[in-house]
Design a protein around this ligand. Structure first.
Ligand SMILES: [Zn+2]
Length: 234
């Protein structure tokens, strides 16, 4: 019960320490994205375009694992690439914000602005930002999802994604959390930040580095996306 109360408190107060969503003026940004093949051309999900955003990259490694020193940026990329494959297999079109360890630009501000331009490019139906969490209390564990607080549609989206992840990895469902982060605030399509687990928790840190757990995460995210766009059990 103490851990549950601690989680509730953290859910209210916690800002994911890895999130580095900066604001600023709007420069002219060069759009760099790619749509990958092959995909399932027989699926009714054709025509839906999903942006998969692997958080951080380059000099910004994000959170660091307490025991192993693994960087969040590398885990985000691994999960995002698996998510791309899963979504393509299900018939979605996928746009990646990054497909290697590099950032999108030399400065964090420009990097975020380029992500913004990809997210808000024409024809995008939903956006999934992949992150890993960190907190001062190592007991806190499990996935979280953040949506922009003033947008009910995004709350519904975040809850669907988080339900999918919790069901897939075998944890009790949780509430999604409101947050005022740059990408979820400026995104025109439904946009969620998925915090896959806590790199400050030893069990999460170990699990997040296994291929098996990463596959469960992406299947859960994809199930949540299906449910949001096409109804429960789609
Ligand atoms: Zn992060």
């Amino acid at each position: 019960m103490k851990r549950f109360i601690a989680f509730l408190l953290s859910a209210i107060l916690l800002l994911p320490l890895c999130a580095c969503f900066q604001e600023g003026a709007l420069p002219d940004a060069t759009q760099t994205h790619e749509t990958e093949a092959p995909k399932n051309t027989q699926s009714p999900k054709n025509g839906k375009t999903i942006v998969v955003d692997a958080g951080h990259g380059g000099a910004d490694g994000g959170a660091v694992g307490s025991n192993t020193g693994v960087t969040e940026a590398s885990l985000n990329l691994a999960v995002a690439m698996l998510l791309k494959d899963e979504l393509l297999m299900r018939g979605y079109d996928v746009i990646m914000t990054r497909t290697d360890e590099d950032a999108l630009a030399d400065t964090k501000l420009e990097d975020m602005h380029q992500r913004r331009d990809i997210i808000n490019s024409q024809g995008v139906d939903a956006v999934i930002c992949v992150h890993m969490n960190k907190f001062s209390d190592a007991a806190i564990s499990g996935p979280m999802a953040f949506y922009y607080k003033e947008t009910k549609e995004m709350e519904k989206f975040a809850k669907a994604i988080l339900d999918g992840v919790c069901d897939s990895i075998g944890r009790p469902r949780r509430h999604a959390n409101p947050g005022d982060y740059y990408l979820i605030r400026i995104s025109e399509p439904p946009c969620v930040i998925v915090e896959c687990g806590f790199l400050s928790n030893p069990d999460d840190e170990a699990a997040l580095q296994t291929h098996e757990h990463q596959l469960l995460l992406v299947q859960g995210i994809a199930n949540g996306l299906d449910a949001f766009l096409f109804g429960e059990g789609a």
